[in-house]
Design a protein. Sequence first.
Length: 630
Amino acid sequence: MTEHFDVIIIGTGAGGGTIARALSATDARILIVERGDFVPQEEENWSPDAVWRRLRYQTSERWIDDRGQEFRPYTHYNVGGNTKFWGSVLYRLRREDFQEVRHLDGVSPAWPIDYETLAPYYERAEQMYQVRGELGADPTEPPRGPYPHPPVAHSAGMSEIVLKLRAQGLHPSPLPLGVLRPGETGGCILCNTCNSFACRIHAKSEADVCGVRPALERPNVTLWTNARAERLITDATGRKVIAAEVERDGKTVRVGADTIVVSCGAVNSAALLLRSAGDRHPGGLANSSGLVGRRYMAHLATMMQGFDPLRRNTTVFQKTVAINDYYLRGPDTPHPLGQIQSQGRTHGVMAQTVVPWIPLWAYEAWVARGVDWLVMSEDLPSTDNRVTVERDGRIRLEYRLNNLVPHRMLVAETERILKRLGFWVVVKHSHGKRNTTHQCGTVCFGTDPRASVLDPFCRTHDVENLFVVDASFFPSSAAVNPGLTIAAQAIRVADHPDRMRGFFGVEAPGATCKIGWIRIPGGAVIEIFHFEPQQAAPPVLWNRLGMTHICLNVRGIRRWHEYLLSTGVEIVSPPEQSPRGHWLFFVKDLDGNLIEITDLGYMYYVLGWLGRLGGWIFRRGRYRQYYVQP
């Protein structure tokens, strides 16, 4: 064993980069393992020829499809992962996406959490990634507060299109985008090389800029680049991971950790678990359900371009418009169809990669008169769609498209919309079953260990200190970009209740506690206790030995959270439901003391009206072990 860390995070994309920043403020020693390196800031960042013809930043490795044919996946191994090249559309899933939804071709299953559970973490993720949007413009938008920043303004050409879309009875809305400081010195210049390009000036919201680099400012965070995690090692029981084997500088080293977070992307996270098979986990690590690698999804996506030979498209930054009118139901069906987005400008070189024999000048003339759109529908989880690892270590992706009928309906409806906008010709292109851009679902979360790999906090059912935090956990793909949901769940996992458990000394042998309650005018109950832990302080923001801790029991936890937030009180953690069902969040007073705001539900009456009897129940109930017995 070369070194030992409190936490190892494998991968630096939307999951790994976000959780690295969320945990960096703790005292935990964190190692981030990234198989690639930083993307250099260079002219090629914005070169269509370098990015699309020479594939300068795309991995050169080959995967195998279901027919045994090799293909080069659209994926990137670098700090920030695929977020470095995304278009930075940062949607919240719709509230309905968390519920069971019936589609024309099958059923999209419910999630083990609801929208309200993830909503406060969406808010924090939007702050971290500085999302820009307009509240109330999208008819499918779930309940939420204002965006951190106003939306990116439409160009004159896109504004004209928006007016014409409204004239068709549609409800176009601004895309929620993560771009940094547009219009300011050093900020986003709203160029035409954003979508699928790395930002040369670091003005795009992605996991490198918004997650990893801020984390590395802390002395407790270490980053290994050009380091590939080969497999994970468990103890003799198979219940805990103790180390990761990492190929670095041409050597394989073993590095130990108390907790390991796998965030390699849905394909590579599944592959890592499968490569980590052992005596206790013969089918792959944490794979007692047999679901590791199964249920792969990637969205049904078709690129479309409306072409008008008589009108030159002068828009530079085109990716600002969304149409969600058919997200929950189609015009002629009660079933969902999906979403329509305007896309970044297509360059001639990009188009030529599809049909190479057409000369570049012809493509340049074509794309100069086109407006680009993406049509995206939900694909449904199937255990037949899966990731496996060949004997020689290569990844095999077996993926058969489903839910095609509604996607074709949405493509046809989009073509009608574009024709009504005045475009003469509409061209279409899809990557089909080799699409890997929105990969998800291969290590799904749930409450039943027989039907899921992870629990609702992305911890594996089989291995107690192993987490998988990327789009692998998705039970369904929904039909919006997954990035913000990954980031929100990563922040939620960083606030895992088991980390709070350590604050109360549950792990400490011989811990003692003196406790009492005071009921004050107005009905609030103050819980005061003195705790003497027999262990070092766990790496939790609000856990500092010697800090005073009081607990206020209130009714209406979210109302109190909003009120205290509005008055400028320092909020340490968002409202969180404990495994026992009550709600709580933490704040600090001006002296730095910790205050827990709790809604205990029925226990409110026990503590508020039965007085000392409440303490008697605590001392002789399930908390008996934490009290000094007379």
